[in-house]
Design a protein around this ligand. Structure first.
Ligand code: FAD
Ligand code: UDP
Length: 363
């Protein structure tokens, strides 16, 4: 009999692992406590027939040709370059900050060199750059920090940028040109029939079985598996032995607007300084769907609820390291994914991590 794997979680980490194991001839039994596959990338048609992302907007982008090619086995793509604007004092500006943002905000007519000179004049050099506050002040200075970053970050994380590692704000570039795309990756596209369909195809293999609405704790003792692939929160696996690792949550407020063809000019609009939500996303921009109405989602950050984001700060990473040390002693368990590795991974990075972890098990 070939080895039996229990895969906990049917998101990117679990599904890619299951597929790789299955193709190597092993049997993979995938469980998820949710009633659906695809993890946080799950999409569905709402009651009005618009394809929406239940857990917030997911835009696929990667520089990894291998990762894009891998997923392309399970989906065709719709090219899509995401654009975002940030509203400050009632006016929306291109975000990430670029030359047009500066010219519009300050009533200037800067060229590329002029924009670079402005950043050089207003920046507050920091050395070393350790926190997210350091990153932003070091590159664009205090005024732009306070207009676009400070309050958004406080709202999103419940923390001051000075309490978060540099990597959080460093996700956002600063530009002297007029490129207004959110991402500049080589591959930027949405799965043509949606994420859920892509996952269904990935999991469609004779060696894979999927059981939904199943809690790991209810099967971990009962069933006999040779190896476990665990993609849930690492602290939960160990019964919170060292205390809870903070994960930031969100509440999603979905709304359908009948007879509105287009609600906003870009896929996402960020509201750094107003409202309890951080941003509004209009799905038709992402999917290209044609429909008489439109569906949007507002994201309200909160401490409690489903774990969505690891919180990158030094003390949390120290706590994670203690759990990671326990994980290393579990020779029959592989920990992979955003929650199990406690890393602020994008989807493509989770695919990369899962492919690497699968190789370790197969070779
Ligand atoms: P998950 O998708 O969280 O899957 C883990 C699964 O395990 C879940 O389905 C969960 O139900 C299940 N599970 C956990 N514990 C148990 C248990 N005890 N028993 C049974 N099942 C369990 N990435 C991008 O690249 N682009 C984006 O635009 C983007 N936007 C995002 C927007 C939001 C609001 C969020 C929250 C994330 C976004 N991401 C984006 C990140 C992306 O969602 C993740 O990188 C990816 O989905 C992580 O996959 P995963 O398999 O590691 O985890
Ligand atoms: N950020 C900000 N203002 C914005 C957008 C982002 O201050 O208008 C900061 C904030 O700390 C946020 C981080 O940059 O958490 C990363 O933003 P991104 O859009 O990548 O977050 P995600 O899509 O992962 O929620």
């Amino acid at each position: 009999m070939s080895a039996r794997y229990l895969v906990v979680g049917a998101g990117f980490a679990g599904s890619v692992m299951a597929r790789e194991l299955a193709e190597a001839g092993y049997r993979a039994h995938v469980i998820d406590r949710r009633p659906h596959v695809a993890g946080n990338a799950f999409d569905e048609h709402d009651s009005n027939g618009i394809l929406v992302h239940r857990y917030g907007p997911h835009i696929f982008h990667t520089n990894g040709e291998r990762i894009f090619a891998y997923l392309s086995r399970f989906t065709e793509w719709r090219p899509y370059e995401h654009r975002v604007r940030g509203v400050v004092d009632g006016t929306s500006y291109p975000f990430p900050i670029n030359r047009d943002t500066l010219n519009q905000l300050y009533g200037l007519d800067l060229d590329e060199a002029g924009a670079a000179a402005l950043f050089e004049r207003v920046r507050e050099p920091r050395d070393p750059v350790v926190t997210s506050e350091d990153v932003v002040l070091n590159s664009v200075g205090r005024d732009l920090y306070e207009k676009f970053f400070l309050n958004y970050t406080r709202k999103q994380w419940g923390l001051d940028p000075s309490e978060l590692k540099a990597g959080v704000a460093a996700r956002i570039p600063v530009r002297t040109d007029t490129d207004d795309r959110y991402f500049t990756d080589t591959f930027q596209a949405m799965p043509k029939d949606g994420y859920t369909r892509m996952f269904e195809r990935m999991l469609d293999h004779p060696n894979i079985t999927v059981e939904l609405g199943v809690e790991f704790d209810n099967v971990r003792a009962a069933e006999d598996f040779d190896h476990i692939v665990y993609t849930g929160p690492i602290d939960a696996f160990f019964g919170f032995r060292f205390g809870h690792l903070p994960y930031r949550s969100l509440r999603f407020e979905h709304e359908y607007l009948p007879d509105v063809d287009q609600y906003q000019e870009t896929g996402t609009i960020n509201y750094p300084n107003d409202h309890a939500y951080t941003r509004i996303t209009e799905f038709k921009h992402l999917t290209g769907q044609v429909h008489a109405g439109t569906s949007i989602v507002r994201e309200y950050p909160q401490a409690e609820g489903d774990p969505y984001y690891p919180v990158p700060r030094a003390e949390n990473e120290a706590l994670f390291k203690r759990y990671e040390a326990l994980a290393k002693e579990e020779s029959n368990v592989t920990f992979v994914g955003r929650l199990a590795q406690y890393r602020y991974y994008n989807m493509d990075q989770v695919v990369g991590a899962a492919l690497a972890a699968a190789r370790q098990l197969i070779d």
